[in-house]
Each structure stands twice: as C-alpha cells, then as structure tokens.
Write a protein that binds this ligand. Structure first.
Ligand code: ADP
Ligand code: MG
Length: 206
C-alpha cells in the first residue's frame, strides 16, 4: 500500500483526495480529509486507529456502501462515485467479499445455505453452486459442519462460515471490519492465520 497514492494509475484500489463529512441536523462531522491511498493487487492492509477514527467509514467507501463527500474511489478501473445505486449493488456482488465483526449469518439457514447466498446473485446453476460452496467451506476447514446451523457452531466457526461466504463468489478483494472483535484470543488468532493463508494462496495463484 502507498499512502499519499503515487497516482501511476496501476493500483487495484485508488483513493484520490477523498473527504467524508457526515451532516446530521445542525452538526457536521469531518471524518476523512483529503485522503490518498493506493492498494495493489495482493496487498494485505490493516487500518488501525481508535474507535471513531473513521475505519468503518473508509471501509464503506472502499466497498461501495457509501460515497465520499469529495474525491473518488477507483477499484479495478471502475470509478465508484460515477455509478448508480443499482449498478453499485451489482458491482459489490461481483467484486467485494465482506467480513464483519458480527458474523451476520442467517440463523435459520445451514452453513451450506449461508455460504450459497452470494451465489444466488450469479448465473451459476445448482450443481456449480454446490461445488463452490463445498470448496469454500473446505478452505476454511469446515467440511464436517456443512449442514450445521449457526447456533450449533462456536464463534470462531461462525466467523469461518462468514469468511467462506465472503470468498465463495471469488471476489476481487476482501473487506474486513474488526473480523476478530467478538472472538476469544485463540479463535481470533486462528481467523488471522486463515486470512494469512487466503492472502498467500491468492498471491501464489496470481
Ligand atoms: P471507527 O470505525 O474507526 O470506529 P467510524 O468510521 O465508525 O469509526 O466513525 C467515524 C466518525 O464518524 C465517528 O465520530 C462517528 O460517530 C461518525 N459517524 C459514522 N457514521 C456516521 C453516520 N452515518 N452519520 C453520522 N456520523 C457518523
Ligand atoms: Mg468501526
């Protein structure tokens, strides 16, 4: 990653002069100011800062969940701010795998069905979806928990299901927001090891 972005236009993610201000009632809160950032393919970057410093705000901008007040975010050549909401939704489904602090699994669906969800937005048929889901669950080490419901899984296992769901559609990049925040120390370190493994595999393949 290059802070202050060199502007050579080759980085996978390019943040250019981005400012973000929230306006609510009479109050305005400036969270980000003239931010420039380049993140290359294969980079594994952590944003660190105290609560309220703007990490989630930045995540929302990089993932196309929100738009900057000023400046632009360009990912794989696409300028997110130029897209309509509908187009952005489509773009997100194709490019971004989200992993949150709370696993956000659907309680009434099995691990298999939870991981399958993003694929329902793609043209993949049932058999192909099954192969993808099984592969993703194998990568996160949960081949033996495919038919389990979230409540039958530990916190660490639920987060691994969430990671499987994030990678199943083979996104361009993963965005995590405090992915170990709700976990005990041992599960947290397993999740970080898994993230390392994913980055390593990705670099090996590309
Ligand atoms: P972090 O993730 O680093 O804890 P956030 O990006 O969530 O920080 O928040 C940064 C600042 O922006 C905080 O002061 C927060 O209160 C404010 N903020 C975040 N989201 C909104 C919003 N939707 N409307 C108004 N203020 C917000
Ligand atoms: Mg946050």
């Amino acid at each position: 990653m290059r802070v202050g972005g060199t502007g050579d236009g080759k980085a996978l993610i390019q943040v250019r002069d981005v400012s973000k201000t929230y306006t609510g009632g009479s109050e305005t809160i400036q969270v980000l100011q003239s931010l420039n950032l380049d993140i290359d393919q294969g980079d594994y970057v952590a944003f660190m800062g105290p609560s309220g410093s703007g990490k989630t705000t930045l995540r929302n901008l990089l993932g196309g969940l929100d738009v900057p007040t000023e400046g632009s975010v360009i990912v794989a050549g696409d300028a997110l701010s130029a897209m309509s909401r509908a187009r952005l939704t489509e773009w997100r489904a194709r490019h971004v795998g989200f992993i949150f602090q709370m696993y956000n699994l659907i309680p009434v669906l099995t691990a298999f069905r939870n991981v399958e969800l993003p694929l329902l937005l793609t043209p993949l048929g049932k058999a192909e979806r099954k192969t993808h889901v099984e592969t993703a669950l194998r990568i996160v080490g949960l081949s033996d928990r495919i038919q389990h419901y979230p409540r039958q899984l530990s916190g660490g296992q639920q987060q691994r299901v969430a990671i499987a769901r994030a990678i199943v559609a083979d996104p361009t990049f993963l965005l995590c927001d405090e992915p170990t925040g709700d976990l005990d120390r041992k599960s947290a370190s397993e999740i970080l090891d898994l993230m390392d493994l994913l980055v390593h595999e990705h670099r090996r393949r590309s």
